[in-house]
Structure formats: structure tokens, C-alpha cells
Design a protein around this ligand. Structure first.
Ligand SMILES: CC(C)(COP(=O)(O)OP(=O)(O)OC[C@H]1O[C@@H](n2cnc3c(N)ncnc32)[C@H](O)[C@@H]1OP(=O)(O)O)[C@@H](O)C(=O)NCCC(=O)NCCS
Length: 206
């Protein structure tokens, strides 16, 4: 599904088997604030977010999607239209040793873990990043100890590039500061797609 905003930017929505990745709405604010205030979800972030901070973050995601057409999308289940969190692509604004770059990221409500949703949504984001945005590579990074997020990266065939770094926005004395970096490039994405589907789609991936 695609639509245009007033500035004629095409707002991208992505569909997967079980999920819709879409622009944010005001109805998502309360649910996202609950996610951002859950200590288990936020275990690998420097702090929990207040309702105000969470709303400001959503406003930022929303305005970037309005401007660029893509970003960190709101994710809902197509079964019952419930909001489950965020997954998407983002250009970090702070300095990174491997930047500037586009990263892929995810944050789901605890009740939506363990069902393959992050991987399913992440895979469609990578398809979009390489087939539509024609990016040459996509990065992902997280605190070294965040094994659940690293497992999503690995399921998406992203590779640990052995370039750990200290995240510039995490306090110096925090055990969360050291981050691990994963990457997938368009070549790998193309060859993995050929392996998964057994053939190149319309010959376009060979
Ligand atoms: C990172 C995060 C999104 C991962 O969630 P997750 O549920 O572990 O990952 P997925 O959605 O890909 O689900 C995979 C799990 O679902 C299981 N699963 C169940 N049904 C499945 C299905 N139909 N298809 C695929 N996997 C399925 C898999 O076996 C796997 O379980 P396991 O972890 O026991 O091996 C989640 O932990 C989170 O939101 N964390 C907090 C935010 C965060 O740290 N974000 C990253 C910061 S960079």
C-alpha cells in the first residue's frame, strides 16, 4: 500500500505475511510509551523513556517517514490490527566509526517476542533497502550483551564485522557502551535471496 503526503513524498508501507509496517498514528503513542517504559524491553538502552520522551521520539520517527517516505515504522499485526512496536531503517545523526550509514533496528512489546516478528519485519525492510532504495549496505548495532537483537541480525544473514565501538550516546562508565556491529551488503542479500527462493526473481538478482 502506498500513499502521498502534502509534499508529494511517497509514504511507504510494507506488508509481510503477518505484519503491516506503516506510518505512526496518535493511537500508537500510549502503547509505544508503555514499551519505552518497560525495563525488560529497555534493558540494553541507557535509560527508560518518560511518556514525554517517548512521544517526542515517535514524533521524530513520524516526521522522518513524512519527509523520506521510510524510517522506523510502526508495526501492527494484520490479524487483529494491534500495535506491537517498531521496526525499520534509519540514518543515525551522531558520528559512527562506520558512518554515515543506514541502520536497521527493532523494538517490540514484550508480549510480541518469541514469534519471529522482528525477523519477518526486518527481512522486508532489507528487501526494501536493497531493491527500492538501492543501498549498497545496511548496518545494525547493539550492546554486546544484547543477544536477542544479535540473533535477529544473524537470522537476517547479517555478518559481525568485528568492529566493536563505544556508542557515543551511551555514558562513558556504562557497561552498555561497547557495541557490536553487523552488516549486510547488497551482494550478500542478492545471493541469499537466490538461495532462499531457489531462483532469481525475474532474473533481477543474478
Ligand atoms: C530484539 C527483539 C526485537 C527480538 O525479539 P525476538 O522475539 O527474540 O525475535 P524475533 O521476533 O525474530 O523472534 C524469534 C523467536 O521467535 C521464535 N518463533 C516462534 N514462532 C516463529 C515463527 N513463526 N517464525 C519465526 N520465529 C518464530 C523463534 O524460534 C525465536 O525464538 P528464540 O529466541 O527462543 O530462538 C526483542 O527482544 C526486543 O524488542 N528487545 C528490546 C529492544 C532491543 O533491544 N532492540 C535492539 C536494540 S539495537
Amino acid at each position: 500500500m502506498r500513499f502521498f503526503n502534502r509534499q508529494k513524498t511517497e509514504i511507504i508501507e510494507l506488508n509481510t505475511e503477518r505484519l503491516l509496517l506503516r506510518q505512526w498514528s496518535n493511537e500508537d503513542l500510549e502503547d509505544m510509551a508503555r514499551i519505552n517504559a518497560d525495563p525488560e524491553v529497555m534493558k540494553y538502552y541507557p535509560k527508560l523513556l518518560s511518556r514525554q520522551e517517548s512521544n517526542a521520539a515517535v514524533e521524530k520517527f513520524k516526521s522522518l517517514i513524512s519527509k523520506n517516505g521510510w524510517g522506523f515504522w510502526a508495526v501492527e499485526s494484520t490479524r487483529d490490527r494491534s500495535f506491537i512496536g517498531l521496526v525499520g531503517l534509519h540514518k543515525p545523526t551522531y558520528k559512527l566509526p562506520f558512518g554515515p550509514c543506514v541502520e536497521i533496528g527493532w523494538r517490540l512489546a514484550r508480549s510480541s517476542w518469541g514469534q519471529g516478528y522482528a525477523t519477518e519485519a526486518g527481512r522486508e525492510c532489507l528487501n526494501f533497502a536493497f531493491a527500492q532504495l538501492e543501498l549498497s549496505e545496511v548496518f545494525a548495532f547493539t550492546s554486546v550483551a544484547n543477544m536477542k537483537s544479535r540473533a535477529v541480525m544473524e537470522r537476517l544473514d547479517m555478518e559481525n564485522i568485528q568492529a566493536n565501538f563505544d556508542h557515543p550516546t551511551v555514558p562513558h562508565n556504562s557497561p552498555l557502551r561497547e557495541h557490536v556491529v553487523y552488516k549486510i551488503d547488497s551482494q550478500n542479500w542478492r545471493s541469499n535471496r537466490v538461495l532462499v527462493t531457489g531462483q532469481a526473481e525475474s532474473g533481477e538478482y543474478r
